[in-house]
Design a protein around this ligand. Structure first.
Ligand SMILES: *Cc1c(COP(=O)(O)O)cnc(C)c1O
Length: 485
């Protein structure tokens, strides 16, 4: 497909009904000081309006999205609904605000509504998780993790301790060790047993470094889609050495209304608003990774914080002497947070609980229906997602490509690393039974084809503009610009 630049024709305009398009337009040269004017015209494509509309419509058709079909990408929670939350976030009073307005003395009066959104979003997240306070600043899940481990470091530092070890089970999400290393910790790997954190392995690791364990980061439900069964013992072990507990709550959509992380004794949790609360993950769009903390970590939260005064008005407080500082620009991804608040208020406590129940039900329905198609390594109730292995002789990659030919997005493959030929699917709570059944039938067909005509499956996809590519080369030698010379 040609780029928009290749379609450019010198002198062509979007609306070229007047002979000289510049004739009636005000000229920048007449309005701006000469030293602000460009020396050369920008190199923009020159196209008719139809050329532009058709170009972008065609591009959008090549794009796969959850608006087009099922998107069972495990760990990513690809549901882009309900859509009414977009309308809320796009209200002109929200969408057209400048973030600096909140910091101007007079400006704060015209952003009271936006500050209330941030304040209320924080209160709702506290209620949902049982935490004392939230920072809304982190821009994504991993950014929230980094914030959380920085808070843990600040806690120990304030007590005059140098603790260097972060315990991380092998069933944790890959971003956990990355975030901890970025924040300056050494990782101690805890091997899981039968998919669960092994409290004995944990106790041994703590005994090895009794004065040096800063905390534990765990993903729950873990990357196998399983709920941990030893939560109380884990909390107790860490409490013995005053190490803090980090809960990766990116997949909160499995436990809303069922368990509150704060009630169980965790000190830090991050949520992926762009998974659980109506914005989809992935696609490079904006996210939000708010971090909730227990009482003892509140003083270290990033600045600024939105506060409610006694008279009911809101203000932005920068005067937080123990704060770890500034983590992201301004107050976080405002639009994503506004959507999250709209979603939580619309569903209410019962609705959010329902959402989690359906997410878990849908995942278990798929898991059971696929038992005779794929190998299911953990034969027990899963949470919002489950892992499977390609059957003997077949590759997860080929199965994924076969799905693309049938118009369905592939599940996550080869993650988590501890499951061989792994296919990890997450249907989300908003898919219908008919859609789930179509997915099962597609997989049944693909596995049958892989056994009877392996060469055919190995050639998939044949229906897409791009077939199999060298993914390493695509990542290492990326070409992002058009050579216009
Ligand atoms: C998605 C995810 C993350 C990372 O979130 P990003 O917003 O992609 O940075 C971390 N942990 C878990 C368990 C996740 O599923």
């Amino acid at each position: 497909m040609k780029t928009i630049f290749a379609k450019s024709v010198p002198g062509r305009h979007a609306a070229n009904l007047v002979l000289d398009p510049a004739e009636n337009a005000p000229r920048a040269a007449d309005m701006l000081p000469a030293d602000l004017l460009r020396k050369q015209a920008p190199r923009l494509p020159e196209c008719s309006e139809l050329d532009v509309v058709r170009h972008f419509t065609e591009l959008s058709r090549r794009n796969y999205s959850v608006d087009a079909n099922f998107y069972p990408l495990g760990s990513c929670t690809m549901k882009y609904n309900p859509k009414f939350t977009e309308q809320v976030a796009n209200l002109p009073g929200f969408a057209r605000l400048h973030p600096l307005l909140a910091q101007l003395g007079r400006g704060a009066t015209c952003v009271q509504g936006a500050l209330q959104v941030l304040h209320d979003a924080e209160r709702w997240l506290c209620e949902l998780t049982g935490m004392k306070a939230f920072t809304l600043q982190p821009m994504a899940g991993a950014n929230g993790e980094f914030t959380g481990v920085k808070l843990i470091a600040a806690y120990h530092k304030a007590r005059g301790r140098k603790r260097t070890k972060m315990l991380i089970p092998d069933s944790a999400h890959g971003t956990n060790p990355a975030s901890a290393v970025l924040a300056g910790f050494d990782i101690v790997n805890i091997e899981s047993r039968d998919g669960m954190i092994d409290p004995q392995a944990l106790a041994r690791a703590i005994a090895e470094h009794p004065d040096d364990v800063a905390g534990l980061m765990m993903t729950c439900p873990n990357t196998l889609g399983l709920m941990e069964t030893h939560l109380a013992e884990i909390v107790e072990e860490l409490r013995k050495v005053d190490a803090l507990l980090y809960y990766d709550g990116a997949n909160m959509n499995a436990i809303m209304g069922k368990m509150r992380v704060g009630d169980v004794g965790f000190d830090v949790v991050h949520l992926n608003v762009h998974k659980t609360l109506s914005t989809p993950h992935g696609g490079g769009g904006p996210g939000a990774g708010p971090v909730g903390v227990s009482e003892r970590l509140v003083p270290y939260l990033p600045a600024p914080r939105v506060e409610r005064r006694d008279d009911g008005s809101y203000r932005v407080n920068f005067d937080l002497p123990q704060s770890i500082g500034y983590i992201g620009p301004f107050y976080g991804s405002f639009a994503v947070l506004a959507k999250a608040l709209a979603y939580m208020m619309r569903l209410g406590g019962n609705g959010l609980t329902r959402a989690s129940e359906y997410a878990v039900l849908n995942a278990n329905y798929l898991r059971k229906r696929l038992e005779d198609v794929l190998d299911i390594p953990f034969d027990r109730i899963c949470a919002h997602e489950f892992v499977a292995s390609a059957p003997e002789g077949l590759r997860a990659l080929d199965i994924a490509k076969g799905l693309l030919d049938r118009g369905i997005h592939a599940p996550t493959i080869y993650f988590p690393l501890i499951v061989k030929e792994c296919l990890m699917a997450e249907p989300t709570e908003t898919e219908s039974r008919e859609t789930l059944d179509e997915y099962v039938e597609a997989l049944r067909e693909i596995v049958a084809e892989g056994k009877s005509h392996p060469e055919k499956l190995a050639a998939a996809p044949v229906t897409l503009p791009v077939r199999r590519m060298d993914e390493t080369a695509a990542a290492r030698h990326m070409i992002l610009t058009e050579d216009m010379a």
